[in-house]
Design a protein around this ligand. Structure first.
Ligand SMILES: O=C(CO)[C@@H](O)[C@H](O)COP(=O)(O)O
Ligand SMILES: [Fe+2]
Length: 218
């Protein structure tokens, strides 16, 4: 099974956002990753639901919304109404992870649970039967351009085993430090959706970068 590339617009040029979105879509990216940050769960502040709503008609890519916000259940319905296709909520951000995921599913949107590098898979075991996707953070959340943490690979493998043994049906996404040198180890461990921000957008030719990544996960 070949993998899916999800460019993160956190690293795009916001003054040329439409160009940067269309460019990765034309290059074959299936998902567009949108990092929502609240200045509390993570230090930075980024964008909100209105921003997703304006982006929605501009692309056919799957909008993969990563909520790095405290108590995400306050916002999931707004992001669903804005046009998100997948909404990810951090287990570390709420005492009500099951409710948050259920709220996403009730809106007809794919529900994703997210774990930080310091959080074990056991913390999400009780919700693995209801999620469509698990996001394993391969850096500490909050910023683009950080180094991939290889210690996260064993969690990817553990999730793959859980899925096989218990007959669950979720995708495994990774986010942070994905580039031509790191993507293969995560693919081999069992990940199938790959967020890439700075590698795709920071230097020349995002389309070529997407092709390089796609070739490595065939
Ligand atoms: O969620 C985050 C960061 O918190 C990411 O989605 C970043 O946007 C990934 O950026 P790179 O590590 O690929 O530069
Ligand atoms: Fe992200």
């Amino acid at each position: 099974m070949s993998g899916i590339i999800a460019p993160s617009i956190l690293s795009a040029d916001y003054t040329n956002l439409e160009r940067d979105v269309k460019l990765v879509e034309a290059a074959g990216a299936e998902y567009l990753h949108i990092d929502v940050m609240d200045g509390t769960f993570v230090p930075a502040i980024s964008y909100g639901p209105n921003w997703v709503k304006q982006l929605r008609p501009e692309t056919n890519m799957v909008l993969d919304v990563h909520l790095m916000v405290q108590n995400p259940e306050r916002f999931v319905e707004e992001f669903a109404d804005a046009g998100a296709d997948i909404i990810g909520v951090h287990v570390e951000a709420t005492p009500h992870i099951h409710r948050a995921l259920q709220m996403i599913k009730n809106k007809g949107v794919k529900a994703e649970v997210v774990i930080n590098p310091g959080t074990p898979v056991s913390a999400i075991e009780a919700v693995l039967d209801i999620v469509d996707q698990v996001l394993v953070m391969t850096v500490n959340p909050g910023f683009g351009g950080q180094k991939f943490l290889p210690s996260t690979l064993q969690k990817i493998a553990q999730l793959k085993t859980f899925r096989e043994e218990r007959g669950f049906d979720f995708d495994i996404e990774i986010d942070g430090g994905v580039n031509n040198e790191t993507i293969q180890s995560a693919y081999e461990a069992g990940a199938n959706v790959f967020v890439a921000g700075s590698y795709v957008y920071d230097k020349v030719d995002p389309a070529a970068k997407i092709n390089i990544l796609k070739d490595l996960i065939k």
